[in-house]
Design a protein around this ligand. Structure first.
Ligand code: PEP
Ligand code: MG
Length: 323
């Protein structure tokens, strides 16, 4: 099987009835690039920049960040690279920031919330990204966006830093797409409003499921509620994808669900454009998608959206994908 998959490294990802999607990789550091290439990723769908900041005693400098981003962009040639700005807090701590302990870290001061307050830190990262943008196909995405005001504020800061760089005579790409992660139900619910202002969505199901089901993703006692196939989740995903398409934008997914063998038929049917997963899942996903038809998966997804339980959905997936 592995040998069969290996033949697909340089292939594009097209269903049996000719519908093309993009399979991208999630990475944490430039060292992951080798695996990304070896597994035939069509882009990087999520570069988690937290790792640059973790396991050390001080913030990484602009120069250090610039080098990392440039390495990834150059390494991917012209392929898209979606870099997520700092998503710290929640389960990921930075001791040197000395943030007060919180009762509910996952509902607290994290990610974009922190970046909009600790602006020096945010601006340094944005400058490094903007400077690196001329070395490849950069897309920037903000994590944990809950309101349009947050998105607008973050975008305004990005634009300010861009203008400053241009005034300093430093080259910045004019083609950088700007998107958000959809990880919070409030954002999924008014995705139609967001879609008018963002260039793309990437659905972060790891958090979107946690917040929709009110089930801590780290707590095993409530892990039974962690349900990617719950019709409530599928409907949110559908709302986000439809909202993007109505505005001519694209929608991806970078949570674990995107690489899940049972989820892929549903996501294909819901119209997902980009699937971002761990590099080692890509060839398997590609071989699976080559054998599915978009049309049948649309029918499957339409049925699933009307179902009421996870087990019904799982059964329908089984039936629809059995050949
Ligand atoms: C997500 O929430 O789905 C996601 C991809 O982000 P992280 O797992 O880093 O929170
Ligand atoms: Mg997340």
């Amino acid at each position: 099987q592995k040998a069969e998959w290996a033949k697909l490294v340089n292939e594009s990802t097209v269903t049996a009835d000719g519908h093309q999607v993009e399979l991208a990789a999630n990475i944490g550091t430039p060292n992951d690039l080798e695996g990304v290439m070896a597994n035939g990723a069509e882009g990087v769908g999520l570069y988690r920049t937290e790792f640059l900041y973790m396991g050390r005693n001080e913030l990484p400098s602009e120069e250090e960040q610039f080098e990392s981003y440039k390495t990834v962009l150059e390494g991917m040639k012209e392929k898209p690279v979606v870099v997520r700005t700092l998503d710290i807090g929640g389960d990921k701590e930075l001791p040197y920031l000395e943030l007060p302990k919180e009762m509910n870290p996952f509902l607290g001061f994290r990610a974009i919330r922190l970046c909009l307050v600790e602006q020096d830190l945010f601006r340094t990262q944005l400058r490094a990204l903007l400077r690196a943008s001329v070395y490849g196909n950069l897309k920037i995405m903000f994590p944990m966006i809950a309101t349009l005001d947050e998105f607008r504020a973050a975008k305004a800061i990005l634009m300010e830093e861009k203008e400053k760089l241009v005034a300093e005579g430093i080259a910045v790409s004019e083609e950088i797409e700007l998107g958000i992660m959809v990880e919070i139900p409030s954002t999924a619910i008014i995705a139609d409003q967001f879609a008018k202002e963002v260039d793309f969505f990437s659905i972060g199901t790891n958090d979107l499921i946690q917040y929709t089901m009110a089930a801590d993703r780290m707590n095993e006692r409530v892990s039974y509620l962690y349900q990617p196939y719950n019709p409530a989740i599928l409907r949110l995903v559908k709302m986000v994808i439809d909202a993007a398409h109505r505005e001519g934008k694209w929608a991806g997914m970078c949570g674990e669900m995107a690489g899940d063998e049972q989820a892929i038929p549903l996501l294909l049917g819901l119209g997902l454009d980009e699937f971002s997963m761990s590099a080692t899942s890509i060839l398997k996903a590609r071989s699976q998608i080559l054998c599915l038809t978009k049309q049948e998966m649309v029918e499957l997804a339409d049925q699933a959206l009307q179902m009421s339980t996870v087990s019904e959905v799982m059964e329908a997936v089984k039936v629809a994908t059995k050949k």
